[in-house]
Design a protein around this ligand. Structure first.
Ligand code: PHE
Length: 340
């Protein structure tokens, strides 16, 4: 091993092997096979000792030069391989930031919740505070204290869900009147909303529905105050053109009592399917709180008077969202609820 042709052949072999190495690991192996401790160039350098003295310098120099050349090619190839690895990685994980994202569907409040909140915030603006009462109620709070006598038709098992131990599922939110008034001294005004239960099932009735109850007690409260509050409420919900109609009625816990209708805003009172061609839609009941009810809550009925009202929330939500059937409110069908 002495001729420069040997070295040329070695360099040529190294150049080809380096060009063929297609990954960093393979390149390192090629480098080792030429420049490693047992590599061909190293062997060449080791053989120098056995050469005639006058050749040693020349061959040694050539071999060292070959070593540097190979190191240079390896470095070049290494850089090229790394660059293309980066390019491949970039191409494989190509990210188009201009593509639209995958949005997650957003939820919305149930129509009854929306209408309830709107009603509560209206009364909050008039200074009413929110009260709550349970759905499982005592006979006293649901009936007795409200002056509903034992033989009253609304206590019929056909109407009321009775539970063990003398409790009932509240048949109206008027139970909150008793709970809120007992132990309090007027003046006060409260609003309450929630679920109520009655044996009833038809396209216009569900065994569970929602009511809003309002009541105010003070000195010198009149039916005129009640009308004023309800008219403001009706206008807030249905617009300034709405009219209210009070029809004489009877509730054991109010005297006088009235049934409340609002003018059908769909047909402007001309008559349509929603108002059964009458021009009016039933809304709820109201009246002046019966003195006996005040007394059962230990309130001086000589000094204080109050008014109370209660209306259905479900029908109001149906009107507000144009929902044709009560069923749609309770089935929880997202295809329907998503449209509202
Ligand atoms: N509680 C009555 C009902 O459910 C409504 C009502 C409330 C009437 C308050 C008068 C006063 O029908």
């Amino acid at each position: 091993m002495s001729g420069s042709s040997d070295l040329d052949a070695l360099l040529e072999a190294a150049r080809e092997a380096i060009a063929r190495a297609d990954a960093t690991q393979a390149l390192l192996e090629v480098r080792a096979s030429f420049l490693g401790r047992k590599g061909s160039v190293s062997e060449l350098l080791r053989g120098i000792g056995s050469l005639p003295a006058e050749e040693r310098g020349r061959v040694g120099q050539a071999a060292n030069e070959a070593k540097r050349t190979i190191e240079g090619w390896v470095a070049e190839r290494k850089e090229a391989l790394e660059r293309s690895a980066t390019d491949d990685a970039l191409a494989a994980h190509h990210l188009d930031v201009t593509l639209p994202g995958t949005g997650s569907p957003s939820g919305s409040l149930h129509p009854i919740t929306q209408v309830t909140r709107e009603m509560v915030s209206f009364f909050a603006s008039m200074g009413f505070s929110l009260e709550e009462g349970p759905e499982v109620e005592t006979d006293w709070n649901n009936f007795e204290a409200l002056n509903i006598p034992p033989d009253h038709p609304s206590r019929d098992e056909q109407d009321t869900f009775y539970l063990e131990g003398g409790h009932v599922l509240r048949t109206h939110t008027s139970n909150v009147q008793i709970r809120a008034m007992t132990g309090r001294t007027p003046p006060f005004r409260f609003i309450a909303t929630g679920r109520v239960y009655r044996h009833d099932l038809s396209p216009r009735h569900s065994p569970m529905f929602h009511q809003i109850e309002g009541f105010l007690v003070d000195e010198r409260v009149t039916f005129g105050d009640l009308k004023g509050v309800l008219l403001a409420f009706g206008r807030h919900l249905f617009g300034d053109d709405v009219s209210l109609r009070f029809r004489a009625n009877h509730f054991p816990f109010t005297e006088p009592s009235a049934e409340l209708d609002y003018s059908c805003t769909l047909c402007a009172g001309k008559g349509c399917k929603v108002c059964s061609d009458s021009g009016w839609v039933e809304w709820g009941g109201c009246g002046m709180i019966h003195p006996k009810v005040l007394e059962r809550c230990d309130i001086d009925s000589e000094r204080y008077q109050g008014f109370a009202f209660g209306m259905g929330i479900d029908r109001t939500a149906m009107r507000r969202f144009n929902i044709p059937h009560l069923r749609h409110l309770f089935e929880g069908d997202l295809r329907v609820l998503g449209q509202l």
